[in-house]
Design a protein around this ligand. Structure first.
Ligand SMILES: NC(=O)C1=CN([C@@H]2O[C@H](COP(=O)(O)OP(=O)(O)OC[C@H]3O[C@@H](n4cnc5c(N)ncnc54)[C@H](O)[C@@H]3O)[C@@H](O)[C@H]2O)[C@@H](O)CC1
Ligand SMILES: Nc1ncnc2c1ncn2[C@@H]1O[C@H](COP(=O)(O)OP(=O)(O)OP(=O)(O)O)[C@@H](O)[C@H]1O
Ligand SMILES: [Mg+2]
Length: 385
């Protein structure tokens, strides 16, 4: 795919985009996209309340490429499992966060508790020993494993054995998880990074979907092989994390004028991964198409909202995977559950942030937003349906 970033004169660019837009609208890929979004329209799940016009994809030519505004509410309704009395603990999702160190205890907590508040049954945190007691004291709901170590607590001659025992401890649990989130509050200690790299390799071998956020993105930006060609990996970079990824992988600067093309190119260059570029609108791509969620959330940019998002995306992508496995889709639609998970997580966070801001205005903090995750989901997808 050509990157052609900023190289073309303005008039040519306009013509080129218009022409390419028409070609795209007439293409089989576009028709597949329409079919896909229609096939995701709610049926019995919402009692048919959503109007058919609200389910039409809105094709836009923003950022020099076709970007679809996702019908995120329809996606949430479709993939959220009903609260079935026959289900047992664990069936609505088991999530693990790999993160939490001396400096950061909030981030892994926000991600883990958000996973529970969205509807997962069990939420684990694998963190350093220093962080564990603190995280446990925030909430008895979380299962906290104090197993990670930073360089300062490991002698050079112990490194290999400590690293193996950390991996062995995580492996005991790994197969149980529907998704892991690597990075919230992980820190950037070199020994810790090596151990977490091993955990990611194991998760990949075991086919466990992996959301990579925060310091996990720092790790993979310097070791892109950890996610290369992994279709079960979701990267959720913020503005700085995205900049570092683009510089490292595409060897150029972020170009807002070609945002969707650049995002597509980044996905393709890494191969197979889904990327959600966070910002005013969240841009989501798996290298095939670019979808956005731009529902207004809140003007408050307090730290921790990305952590809520990573925990929520972990749950929704697990639900989407399950939904697609149990409802066979026509082959041509090839819906990517990782993309659906990003769309749903983005919408839910934004709705919860809007409600929290309405109540708390300038004093809105991350815990206020977490309080509204339940209501936001309930507004879209009532528990009693
Ligand atoms: N309460 C907590 O424990 C929280 C911990 N967090 C964790 O904190 C760690 C670091 O995440 P950050 O998002 O802060 O990551 P960074 O360390 O990349 O960024 C820190 C801050 O530095 C500034 N910055 C970074 N690069 C810049 C650039 N090129 N130009 C201008 N300013 C720049 C930005 O204000 C940015 O928010 C992660 O592990 C993350 O999960 C955050 O999730 C926030 C909440
Ligand atoms: N300018 C903006 N306007 C509206 N929403 C935004 C804006 N910037 C970010 N968001 C939303 O806030 C959420 C978190 O994104 P953000 O960029 O704050 O992540 P982050 O820096 O990783 O957060 P954290 O502090 O948890 O690490 C995303 O859903 C994103 O869409
Ligand atoms: Mg972050």
């Amino acid at each position: 795919m050509s990157l052609s970033m900023g190289a073309c004169p303005h008039a040519w660019q306009q013509h080129h985009l218009h022409h390419r837009g028409r070609m795209w609208a007439a293409s089989p890929a576009f028709r597949r996209q329409l079919f896909l979004l229609r096939s995701l329209a709610p049926t019995c799940a919402d009692g048919g309340r959503a109007s058919s016009s609200s389910l039409r994809p809105h094709l836009m030519y923003a950022a020099a490429g076709p970007v679809y505004e996702a019908d995120a509410e329809a996606v949430v309704r479709r993939i959220t499992p009903p609260l079935d009395r026959a289900r047992h603990k664990g069936q609505a999702g088991k999530i693990a966060i790999i993160g939490g160190c001396r400096e950061y205890t909030g981030a892994p907590y926000f991600a883990a508790i958000s996973a529970l508040r969205v509807g997962a049954d069990l939420s684990h945190v694998f963190c350093t020993k220093d962080a564990a007691t603190v995280i446990k004291s925030y909430s008895p709901e979380l299962i906290v494993h104090p197993i990670l170590e930073e360089s300062y607590s490991v002698r050079d001659d112990e490194r290999e054995s400590v690293s193996s025992s950390i991996l062995a401890e995580v492996i005991k649990w790994m197969e149980r998880f529907d998704c892991i989130v690597v990075g919230p509050g992980l820190g950037r200690d070199s020994f810790l990074m090596d151990c977490v790299g091993n955990i990611m390799r194991h998760a990949r071998q075991a086919n466990i979907p992996t959301v990579v956020d925060g310091d996990g993105l720092f790790l993979i930006t310097n070791n892109i092989g950890l996610v290369e060609d992994n279709s079960l990996a979701i990267l959720t970079p913020n503005v700085y994390e995205y900049k570092r990824l683009v510089q490292k992988v595409l060897n150029c600067e972020v170009n807002e004028e070609n945002a969707s093309e650049q995002l597509t190119a980044l996905c393709q260059k890494i191969g197979g991964v889904t990327i959600m570029r966070k910002g005013k609108a969240d841009l989501i791509s798996d290298g095939k198409k670019v979808t956005q969620v731009s529902t207004f959330g809140s003007p408050r940019r307090c730290g921790g909202q990305g952590d809520i998002l990573s925990g929520s995306v972990a749950v929704f992508s697990s639900w989407a995977r399950h939904f697609l496995l149990s409802n066979e889709q026509p082959k041509e639609t090839s819906v990517n559950p990782m993309v659906l998970g990003c769309i749903a997580g983005s919408l839910l966070l934004r709705k919860a942030a809007a409600l929290a801001f309405e109540k708390n205005k300038r004093s809105t903090v991350t815990t206020d937003i977490i309080e509204f995750l339940g209501q936001s989901l309930e507004d879209i997808c009532p528990a009693g349906r």
